[in-house]
Design a protein around this ligand. Sequence first.
Ligand code: NAD
Length: 259
Amino acid sequence: MDSVEKISKLADLLAESKKTMVLTGAGISTESGIPDFRGPGGLWTKVDPMLVFSADTFIYRPEIFYKQGMHLLGALRGASPNAAHHVLAELERAGLVDAVITQNIDGLHQKAGSHRVYELHGHLRSASCIKCGHMISWEGLEELVLAGQIPPRHGGQCRGVYKPDCVFFGDSLPPEFYDCCREVSQSGLLVVVGSSLEVSPVNYLPELCKNLVIINMGETMADHQAVLKIEALAGEVFTALSGVLKERGHFYPKTGQLA
Ligand code: NAD
């Protein structure tokens, strides 16, 4: 099958599926200038993530994250969504995608306009006190750090350390993970975009769906299960898909176009 036939097959699968979920990973955001985990320039190459982003290290030595890791996460907050994020939001509005499950913490699906987003690894909008749960905004966290509070602490009697509301290595996933498992097992189609599927337990989700499509540069752990594998840049695939769906105007009887 050539690339045009593959995009056409993806459009068919989306049209036939009554419920479609999309699982995204770091690869969907590389075209927004955020390096993925393992690629050149990725986080692995800058710091030792198993130390700097370790839940255990954070408990005993939170200053390691605040001195070496926080600015790396903060840099993700300035990125803008790319074509893949935008088309996914359009597909949700058009009723062709039910929800996005993301491993990313960059918030780009919401910035692009997606509404139903499971952020399985959390986000960079806030931080919470690890002692009492008191929450502050990311900007509030940055203010404390810039004022020299390392680690930043909740005031008053509490004095608990603030931790960003994203999942560190060794943290458990939010309870919404079980909602994702249920939704994927009820779906006709799961589309994986830009993930090596090496991170557990998210890589369990492809086992649960009836039909699996993978859009990823490079191999993934679930390639053998996929009814369709598209090895190309996510932005190009979704731009082409959007074109095909617009040509097949019957998906959008009211406006004749996406969105
Ligand atoms: P990963 O780095 O293990 O895999 C990314 C995959 O995407 C690779 O196979 C890569 O070849 C492919 N890829 C890269 N650019 C692509 C593109 N433009 N189009 C299609 N494919 C592309 O990522 P993962 O599976 O998400 O696991 C990494 C972990 O790191 C996740 O837990 C995630 O939370 C975290 N992470 C998040 C961000 C972010 O929020 N943007 C960035 C880096 C890491």
